[in-house]
Design a protein around this ligand. Structure first.
Ligand SMILES: [Zn+2]
Length: 327
């Protein structure tokens, strides 16, 4: 499991030195990188190891502000269509609608005057329930003993004697639950919570927070109502998930919701051509995947790739962005 590390002090100077190399500084004319985050943590949490804490997130944002052209998503989509993308173009997005986007990320974005887009799962707004993956984390965290036996719920028996073993249990349970049909997934999570006695703090945005993000200039995009794997639904249900999330978020902000992010976002696995058509039909101007790498000028606007460099330090994160942009 990867974790982020805080960087050493000379980093900005080094980055500027690399940026001053003419060829890299011109990198990415016509290309765009859309980085995506989910949850920002107050402090590092090994059980949620892929998410940066706010100090690392601040380093990322400072580097993006110093070394890249960070554009609002709508401006980048326009530049893509007009083939007028500035060099080193980057957009910042967040998926799912965690309240940490409001509580922790927004102040940092404002500090560096950076635009961003938050793709909100509308059914979790004002809902004190957490997303299923976070419920697994909290359930595993709350076990006081060294083992967790979930064999009678169709899962495994997990050793929890060390942090690494707990991370392993979270990973295995998450992988197992991910592709279960929603009712079976919910049954497994509820069984897990009753076995562990876990209870979670609300993690997702309230409608007041969604409105506050919108008023702060953060674009609100849709991410379905309940975060299903679209390919596991009937066409009718999948379209309803897209349309209803758009309508619900427009009712909260009073503004059009122009963009959609496919839950989980892997083409062919989590969504397919039917859902690409539906995103168009639902009235979105563009839709976003989780494919790695840059957006190029010939990009299908309903399958726009988004990812985030997985490097452990901010320095290598930025180098990889430059490399994606350079092609
Ligand atoms: Zn998501």
């Amino acid at each position: 499991m990867s974790t982020y590390q805080r960087s050493a002090a000379p980093l900005p100077a080094l980055m500027r030195a690399i940026g001053n190399s003419y060829s890299l500084w011109q990198a990415g004319q016509g290309r765009l990188c859309i980085v995506n985050y989910h949850r920002i943590l107050e402090k590092h949490d090994p059980l949620v190891g892929n998410e940066p804490d706010v100090a690392v997130f601040r380093e990322h944002m400072k580097m993006l502000a110093d070394c890249f052209n960070v554009l609002p998503l709508h401006q980048a989509m326009q530049a893509l269509q007009q083939r007028r993308m500035p060099p080193r173009a980057v957009c910042i997005t967040f998926d799912d609608g965690y309240r940490s986007t409001y509580e922790l990320a927004l102040p940092v974005l404002q500090e560096f005057n950076l635009p961003a887009t938050v793709f909100v799962t509308s059914g979790y707004v004002d809902n004190h329930e957490s997303m299923w993956n976070d419920r697994i984390v909290e359930a595993v965290r709350s076990v006081s003993g060294d083992t967790l036996d979930m064999r009678d719920a169709g899962a495994g028996r997990y050793r929890l004697g060390s942090v690494a073993e707990r991370c392993g249990a979270v990973h295995e349970l998450t992988q197992q639950a991910k592709y279960l049909p929603p009712p079976e997934r919910m049954a497994l999570i509820e069984r897990l919570e009753s076995a562990t006695g876990a209870s979670t703090q609300p993690l997702m945005l309230s409608s007041d927070m969604v409105r506050a993000l919108h008023h702060a200039g953060i674009e609100i995009g849709a991410h379905t109502v309940s975060h299903p794997i679209l390919t596991s639904l009937s066409d009718q249900e999948a379209l309803r998930e897209m349309v209803e999330s758009k309508t619900a978020l427009e009712a909260i902000t009073g503004a059009p919701v122009r963009y959609f992010a496919y839950p989980n976002g892997k083409a062919g696995l989590d969504f397919d051509q039917r859902h690409v058509m539906m995103a168009r039909q639902a009235g979105f101007d563009a839709a976003f995947t989780t494919a790695p790498g840059p957006v190029t000028v010939s990009q299908d606007l309903y399958m726009v790739p988004r990812s985030r460099p997985w490097d452990a330090t901010t320095f290598f994160y930025m180098l990889r962005l430059l490399r994606w942009l350079a092609g």
